[in-house]
Design a protein around this ligand. Structure first.
Ligand code: NDP
Length: 314
């Protein structure tokens, strides 16, 4: 039997927001189709242990959590499909979405839950040690570095926040800042500077990481390109990136409004975007919290908003 190509609700993305939206939409008889996207399960599949998602008293692996959410969505009737959305047309109702370059699905409502991707420096070693000491989420992975030494890269509010969070757990935190000043707000700068566990390395860039299996250290260069340039190594167990996040919105702009950081703008305290019938949930529309549980909550709200919107059409 061929798969349906029309739905009341199409969900793009399969992180906590996408699957939670699917659970609510399925239970509301919207017969949702979920297109999983390039990273089924989303960012959580790249973290090891999740200990802050309610309902798992012993913690759960990121992969298991996402497998559970997916299974729950499927059990209540969501049609979850592997695939990549390659184009969208929001100019008329029903909306048209192209999947895998050729298949078209039409939908009365769309929930965008494509998440955000942490920015990386672009070093080959970041991939080599991913999950083996390299992380872009201190709240997710910091716990594993209790009593150890870590480095955080970045000089903005995120980097300061991550450094302070990690200082509460780790023995020592290096903050690697490429300029000679922090870009973070004054209050965050003060907190970092006053924290005895944090050592700020200004004018410093990372050139590579080393370690047999796990990260054991970083190759750094100070004052790169000047007469003061010199290279040195630091011994660390964890290397945290905090140089910003990039919401995954490329497919949807300029039709969908985004803010100056690129996050989808939602209106009136709901998940509604500027296009009636298109909703956004999770990290793609959340520059502030970026947690699995807050994304799941927003996914729930998006499905309820879609249901309400469909009722007004009726
Ligand atoms: P920002 O863009 O503010 O800062 C990014 C930092 O990473 C900058 O210091 C930047 O350096 C550095 N960086 C970027 N690329 C590289 C690179 N390739 N190599 C080395 N360093 C690099 O991002 P944030 O995520 O910190 O913050 C985003 C927004 O969210 C900001 O508006 C921030 O104020 C806000 N925010 C607020 C918080 C709060 O109020 N508690 C907490 C977290 C974020 P450079 O300065 O040289 O460009």
């Amino acid at each position: 039997m061929s798969q349906p190509t029309d739905t009341k609700c199409l969900i793009i993305g399969s992180g906590p927001a996408g699957y939670t939206a699917a659970i609510y939409a399925a239970r509301a008889n919207l017969c949702p189709i979920v297109i999983e996207g390039p990273q089924p399960g989303g960012q959580l599949t790249t973290t090891s242990e999740v200990e802050n998602f309610p309902g798992y008293p012993e913690g759960v692996s990121g992969n298991q959590l996402m497998a559970d959410l997916r299974a729950q969505a499927v059990r209540v009737g969501a049609d979850v499909r592997a695939g990549l959305v390659s184009a969208v047309d929001f100019s008329s109702q029903p909306f048209a979405v192209t999947v895998n370059g050729s298949d078209t699905i039409t939908a009365a409502t769309i929930i965008i839950a494509t998440g955000a991707s942490a920015k990386y420096l672009g070093l080959a070693d970041e991939q080599r040690y991913q999950g083996l000491g390299v992380s872009a989420c201190a709240v997710c992975d910091g716990f594993f570095y209790r009593g150890r030494t870590v480095a955080v890269v970045g000089g903005g509010d995120s980097a300061c926040e991550e450094a302070l969070y990690l200082a509460g757990l780790a023995k020592k935190v290096y903050l690697i800042v490429r300029k000679d000043y922090l870009r973070a707000s004054q209050v965050m700068q003060q907190r970092v500077q006053q924290n005895e566990k944090i050592e700020i390395l200004f004018n410093t860039n990372t050139e590579g990481l080393f370690g047999d299996e796990y990260v054991e250290g970083a190759h750094l260069v100070s004052h790169r390109g000047s007469s003061d340039e010199h290279r040195f190594d630091i011994a660390i167990d964890g290397f945290f990136l905090a140089i910003g996040h990039q919401p995954n919105v490329k497919l949807f702009t300029p039709a969908i409004n985004v803010d100056e950081q690129g996050y989808i703008v939602t209106y009136n305290g709901t998940t509604a975007t500027n296009v009636a019938g298109v909703f956004a949930a999770g990290d793609v529309a959340d520059p502030r919290y970026r947690q699995a549980i807050s994304a799941a909550g927003m996914g729930c709200r998006a499905a309820l908003d879609a249901e309400k919107y469909l009722a007004t059409l009726d």
